[in-house]
Design a protein around this ligand. Sequence first.
Ligand code: TRP
Ligand code: ZN
Length: 481
Amino acid sequence: MVSRDRRITSVARSVRLVPTLRAASMFACALVLGACGGGVHGTPGGSGVRDPYFPKAGNDGYDVTHYGLRLAYDPGAEHLTGTATLTARAEKDLSAFNLDLVGMEVEQVTVGGEIARWNRAGQELTVRPRGDIDRDETFRVSVRYSGTPETVTDPDGSREGWLRTTDGVLALGEPTGSMAWFPGNHHPSDKAAYDIAVTVPKGLRAVSNGELRGERTARGRTTFVWHSGQPMASYLATLAIGRFDISRSRAGELPLYTAVDPAEAAASRPVLARIPEVLRWSERRFGPYPFSATGAIVDSAALVGYALETQTRPVFPGAPDLPLLVHEFAHQWYGDSVTPESWRDMWLNEGFATYAEWLWDEDHGGDSAQETFDAVYSGAHFDTEEAAKEIWEFPPADPPSAGQLSDPPVYWRGAMVLQKVRQVVGDDRFFAILRGWAAGHRHGNADTADFTAYVEQQAPGKDLEAVWDEWLYGEGKPERP
Ligand code: TRP
Ligand code: ZN
């Protein structure tokens, strides 16, 4: 445990008013030396979940099951006021716990309706409830906060968090930007349901994930209420505020809601019209769509040079082309429903979504995935020698640093790993593996070892050792394609 936690433990002891004494906790105390005394049976939750790239992201000691966000934004003043109410289950006896939040001003924190003490250090908001929280107890923490959320610059130089657009803002959170606009357990390993209500001046719209449950205008302001019933990692939460052309329809049974910046409307229309077709094809290849709503957000954010697979409603920083649409929709299965256990497993997102583009081509009269693989291997697929070489810089399952999580090896070599698996196991087993992987970890988390073990189990007698050693974990360009 880091020293900051120890300090909080001792502070928690000195402010304890009503000691909670139970036989079981006394027993736990006897085991956890140094954490006991003054009747305290809980210990502080950790300030991170030891992600290899973002050690302070997320917090340990509890599991969030639901986020209720009530937000109001004034675009003129660039001022956000919010109340975040988290429902969580304690995974151990807790005397204190952390949330992640960068910037903003915290005004009040309550736990179970009672005012709690709190302090801040960097991205850690440490909350000390009046009484300890027992292991397995479900508790509710509410944080009232306000301010102008920050734009976060990633280790790779890209921008996320709270981003100004031509007519409002756009919130994006991969990998850590969501802590700029709401406090939470900001690591992909803790997924939760969300209800997000956002009030904006009349005439503007607030678009987020999931189903639109309400839209009410009163006294010159409109509140939009969004519901995400299926578990979502916080990096996949989004919020777009601005002027949008809205289209509401259905893709099969699914409510389909698209919001498009008027400046991008004409260019977006033909490709967004293909969402139902992309969904039907994806379901055939990957299995049932994992969520109860779909759509897209097309915004004009000069600061954002990438699309993001925000859950149920991917964000595009301008009109997408078809391959990008296919890519972001494939992420709904690979990334959003089956979410990486840590940021090291990023290739499970990007390798699969890139492979989906290859497969789309194969199924629509273009190059086969094997042909694409060959062209990527030879370098013919790329415009420059530099781009052809870049993909061999590191193994997809082991990016050297946080600044390289979205680099070409994660995408291209990640997809190549899947083609290598296909070569070894054959088409029928391979397509069953794509579907089975999505089904087996639906709405959950998985890591690279889970994937290799699953493939081995699905392909008894097949030798995959070389695929893992050379393509997934190996340095440099494998000698044979
Ligand atoms: N994950 C996004 C996608 O592939 C892309 C992305 C998000 C990205 N953040 C990034 C790419 C930062 C480069 C840099 O759909
Ligand atoms: Zn992607």
